[in-house]
Design a protein around this ligand. Structure first.
Ligand code: IMP
Length: 188
């Protein structure tokens, strides 16, 4: 017997705009677990500190940290956000500094998404001022066609289209972060 599953495109509305399902829960989870394993192998015996970038990275960071099976620590910093815009202002400010001393530590900066790359470049430069032993970067998503600056990304979950996304921590004007999947702006 063959199942007749209709080709329904799952969509959600956020702030009056339509977004379509792009990455489902299982796909995200599988990739996050792979990244966790990769980080565990690379940092064996080193006790890295994950620096999460608020607000967007909190869900990815929580899952990534639980996929790492070596000793690791966590702290957070916060940058200015897009506000309710979908386009980066290109200006980055630090709103909350990290508390943990990171001199001599192995730092992994954890972002939800790298778009222009300006935020990640700003954070790497800030981290280097504290003289850590090493700085690497992890991002769940990379809008590679939008990236304008040279920034080294060590652990990338998914390279994605240059369209606005929400869900799994990512917001549109503070909404949409609680969606368990990732949705992309539906231009149709
Ligand atoms: P960048 O500095 O342009 O690389 O932007 C980085 C930050 O912008 C991310 O940490 C997100 O907070 C936000 N951002 C970029 N693209 C998106 C998106 O498609 N959806 C939601 N937030 C985004």
């Amino acid at each position: 017997m063959s199942l007749n599953i209709p080709d329904v495109k799952k969509t959600v509305m956020c702030r009056g705009e339509r977004f379509r399902l792009y990455l489902d829960k299982e796909t995200i989870q599988r990739r996050v677990e792979e990244l966790g394993r990769e980080i565990s192998r690379a940092y064996e015996g080193k006790r890295p500190i994950l620096i999460g970038v608020l607000n967007g990275a909190f869900i990815f960071l929580a899952d990534l940290m639980r996929a790492i099976d070596i000793d690791c620590e966590v702290d957070f910093l916060k940058l200015s956000s897009y506000g309710a815009q979908k386009i980066s202002s290109g200006v980055v400010h630090e709103l909350k500094k990290i508390d943990a001393p990171i001199e001599g530590r192995h730092v992994i900066v954890v972002e939800d998404i790298v778009d222009t790359g300006l935020s990640m470049r700003f954070i790497i430069e800030k981290m280097r001022e504290y003289r850590p032993a090493s700085v690497r970067t992890a991002t769940l998503l990379h809008k590679y066609e939008a990236t304008r600056v040279d920034v080294e990304l060590d652990y990338v979950g998914f390279r994605i289209e240059n369209l606005f996304v929400i869900g799994y921590g990512l917001d549109y004007g503070q909404l949409g972060r609680n969606l368990p999947e990732i949705y992309i702006l539906d231009e149709d």
